[in-house]
Design a binder for this molecule. Sequence first.
Ligand code: ADE
Length: 229
Amino acid sequence: MEIIGIMGAMPDEVEQLCALLDGVSIEPYAGVEYHRGMLGDKQVVVCCAGMGKANAAATTQVLITKFGAQRIIFSGIAGNMTAKIGIGDVVVGKTVIYHDAQDDMIAQSAPFTAEYPGDEEMVKAAMAACEEVGVKAIAGKIATGDQFVGDSATKNAIAAKVNPDCVEMEGAAVAQIAAKNNVPCVVLRAMSDNADEAGHEVLVVKKFSISEYVTTATRIVARMLETLD
Ligand code: ADE
């Protein structure tokens, strides 16, 4: 049976998914707990990678090499960068890029690009799942970098450089390593803030709960899994 890897960056991003698993066994490896189990009729491995690109890349490779993941879904929150959607809405990664990398040098090794398209079938399944659970979503561009974007100057600089629909800290690293291994993947993100000073105050300074946005993302992933072949 196919094994699907499901990742988040923060404990909150995966704990609701872990709670849905049947027949769970937990295996710690290199600082990450891998939760193996069934989600509906699909065999999955769910884990919290930790934040940032290095954590995301390492965990993606472990999911593939050690746990046999044949497809990968990254589910989490992001800072909104577009007027097309608002807080609580979702961006499905049609394409995922870095906003803080030297792209031409990154692209000198496999998969020989620094812009990673989401797997077409998985993007379609994610968009259909959003519609079915009643969440507004766009298939768009997700930008990744090793920082929380929480001020207007940084936000504007990123917009000028790569013009993304949202900004987060892991997606491109997951997509790069998945592509390097020929493993289809998709990144989906629920908008938790507007990547500005207010978002910084709420999420970083006050550390407010993100469970509302995570619930949205969890429902989408669960529905999406039901529809994947
Ligand atoms: N994840 C959620 N909001 C974010 C932001 N503003 N910047 C980076 N990652 C985020």
